[in-house]
Write a protein that binds this ligand. Sequence first.
Ligand code: GDP
Ligand code: MG
Length: 163
Amino acid sequence: MSFKLAIVGRPNVGKSTLFNRLVGKRLALVDDQPGVTRDLREGEARLGDLRFTVIDTAGLEEATDESLQGRMRALTERAVGMADACLFVIDARAGVLPADEVFADILRRKSAHVILAANKAEGNAAEAGVLEGYGLGLGEPLRLSAEHGEGLGELHAALAPLI
Ligand code: GDP
Ligand code: MG
């Protein structure tokens, strides 16, 4: 059984960008499997010597304001239930928003292993947002830039003991 990592967090923090960076073109192979819904995508990730399954929570972007929080919660709880560990992504440029606190609450209650990552952390503009991440009570945030491929060594170091 492959180790499963769920990438969770509110829309627009860069979850799918990270998923695509970890999975690359291998998604096509798993996308056709039964049970893989539009809202949860699974792919086979490679990170250095590590091989694991990664789950992307998607499909929330089209939700209306009223239903967004409920859908995010339900989808996240489902992903957390399937996963061995969660990568909780916040946007270092936006800082910690109220929606991020909702995810932090779910993860504190439901997930055995949570790795906090502050994405979009390239450059100096993001440092204030990274520091806000400490306030979530989930440990030191990894500084990631999914778009630029930065921080992947630290992600490897955080995952290697778990896999
Ligand atoms: P998701 O909704 O969490 O899946 O977020 P997406 O992966 O769709 O990304 C949302 C937006 O953030 C897109 O415009 C991405 O190009 C951008 N983005 C993702 N990662 C980074 C990053 O590391 N740095 C910056 N500056 N932008 C990023
Ligand atoms: Mg996405």
